[in-house]
Design a protein around this ligand. Structure first.
Ligand SMILES: N[C@@H](CCC(=O)N[C@@H](CS)C(=O)NCC(=O)O)C(=O)O
Length: 220
């Protein structure tokens, strides 16, 4: 199979969900981790970045941008996007919910982390944790939709790992279904291999933030 290539930064941001989804689908990929403005400008000149943004996934002769479109393509390919229109819509609803939840942490590195985490603790956690806990309980299979893993579960595990990293495991104490979900997901063979492998990115560092600012000429 031709090489699958992800272009992003050496950090999580919007690239991590693409990495998670590829890993969950068992699709090997290489990474271009942008360091300099010229690399980004070259991609623009080549017409690879439709909206002048990364992540970019090169796969099956396609140049895909927009993280939502990318993960859906990969999930479809890997059988993680439901078997019917109804199932796929449910997966989409949950997946979009996980993205709204994840947004609470996304700009952590560009704003005052104390303020971002305090807002997440006050608003996002009490809103989303009970919803996902109840949804898992109601579905009763360990997964959010149907009887097997889907893109919705990938979105949820990504955000739960951030939640427990920032606020501790005890954050899930009152949510038994979420707790069980997290243990089950991190021990799935492909997810475990990704989490323990070299392509999983660590916490976002000052170097990562500086690189994003330099490459994208960010004024935040
Ligand atoms: N909706 C897009 C947003 C992508 C995005 O904002 N990417 C940032 C890096 S995390 C970027 O390339 N920003 C450059 C810009 O918008 O000029 C997606 O989900 O992929």
């Amino acid at each position: 199979m031709a090489t699958v290539g992800l272009t992003y930064f050496d950090g999580r941001g919007l690239g991590e969900i693409v990495r998670f989804t590829l890993a969950a689908c068992g699709i090997e990929f290489t990474e271009t981790l942008l360091q300099e403005r010229q690399e980004y400008e070259k991609l623009l000149e080549e017409g690879k970045l439709m909206f002048h943004q990364v992540p970019l996934l090169e796969i099956d002769g396609l140049e895909l941008v927009q993280s939502g479109a990318i993960v859906r393509y990969v999930a479809r390919k890997g059988g993680l996007y439901g078997d019917s229109n109804e199932e796929t819509s449910k997966i989409d609803m949950f997946y979009e919910g996980t993205r709204d939840f994840y947004k609470s942490f996304l700009y952590l590195v560009f704003q005052d982390p104390k303020e971002v985490l305090a807002a997440a603790k006050a608003k996002a956690l009490p809103r989303y944790l009970p919803i996902f806990d109840q949804a898992l309980k109601k579905n009763g299979t360990g997964f959010l939709v149907g009887e097997s893993m889907s893109l919705a579960d990938i979105g949820l595990i990504e955000v739960l790992l951030s939640v427990t990293e920032y606020f501790g495991e005890e954050t899930l104490s009152d949510y038994p279904s979420l707790k069980a979900f997290k243990s089950m997901m991190v021990s799935q063979e492909r997810i475990a291999a990704f989490l323990n492998g070299p392509q999983k990115k660590g916490g976002n560092t000052d170097a990562y933030v500086a690189t994003c600012r330099r490459v994208l000429k960010l004024d935040i």
